[in-house]
Design a binder for this molecule. Structure first.
Ligand SMILES: [Fe+2]
Length: 281
């Protein structure tokens, strides 16, 4: 049995004495995977990871997506998206630079969004860059019954360009064609645990389908205020050698700005769900 400690009173787990390796023992891997799904986010601390081990481990959780932003992929390992402000030969090697990044789910703009992401800290800045996670399964459960009834059956629009307009840079034409806006259920049932979660966020979601503009805005604002209440949020201060695996079906995340004079280099995998469970329901 893997030794752990909780990250908060309600969600998140840290594994103690687990080395992030492609050849992790099967029984250890089974514990790690189950505890991750049960806890929404999972921290591996003090790792001396290699790209090969990160990719090999994550492949055991699901097929890996090659991210549509190919200009920011690790040139030797396209399964890794570089999230960084680092420049090499006058070129930005990573996405999302050094500014604040608003609350979002990874890839909710895809018809079959990633179930998981794992972010690994290769180089950290002098200050800032904390990542905050919100537990949207608990946030759903704590909603008043009347609101749950109101959300039942609703769908919301998720748009990568909406996200990019505020927090990132536009895609090129080919990338835009591959990422048109999609409708997703406002309440998503987790494909593994069966728990329901709120599946909207301020960065990706401009509107709820089928409601008037005012009704949609009011309901989204009400939900966006609710899901960032402190009791649903864990704030992670990164240490070198940290890796965090998060569940995109039951959590969302945001990032603080960081010291623009230092380099922050993170590498992220994007983990696909099993095909039969890939479309959110
Ligand atoms: Fe993200």
């Amino acid at each position: 049995m893997v030794e752990t400690r909780p990250l908060t009173a309600t969600f998140g787990v840290e594994y103690l004495d687990v080395k992030l390796r492609a050849d992790m023992a099967d029984d250890t891997f089974a514990d790690v995977e189950r505890l991750w799904y049960d806890n929404g986010i999972a921290l591996f601390r003090g790792q001396t990871f290699t790209e090969t081990d990160i990719i090999g481990f994550c492949r055991r959780l699901g097929d890996l997506e090659i991210h549509v932003r190919q200009e920011y992929l690790d040139p030797d390992f396209p399964e890794l998206l570089q999230v960084s402000n680092k420049m090499e030969a006058g070129r930005e090697v990573g996405i999302l630079k050094d500014k604040e990044l608003g609350w979002h789910h990874d890839q909710s703009y895809m018809t079959e969004p990633a179930i998981g992401s794992m972010l690994c800290a290769f180089q950290l800045p002098a200050w800032g860059g904390d990542t905050h996670f919100a537990n949207l399964a608990d946030a759903y459960e704590a909603l008043p019954e009347t609101v749950k009834v109101r959300l039942d059956g609703l769908r919301a629009l998720h748009s990568y360009e909406y996200f990019n307009g505020t927090w990132s840079v536009p895609t090129n034409e080919n990338q835009a064609n591959r990422t048109p806006p999609v409708l997703q259920p406002v309440v998503r049932t987790h494909p593994i645990t069966g728990r329901k979660s709120i599946y909207v966020d301020p960065a990706m979601v401009p509107l709820i389908d089928g409601l008037s503009e005012d009704e949609s805005r009011d309901l989204l604002d009400e939900l966006f205020d609710w899901i960032v209440r402190p009791e649903f949020v864990y704030r992670h201060q990164w240490q070198p050698g940290d890796a965090i695996l998060w569940d995109n079906a039951s959590t969302m995340h945001r990032r603080d700005a960081f010291d623009p004079a230092s380099i922050r280099l993170m590498k992220r995998t994007t983990i696909r769900p099993r095909p039969e469970l890939a479309v959110p329901f």
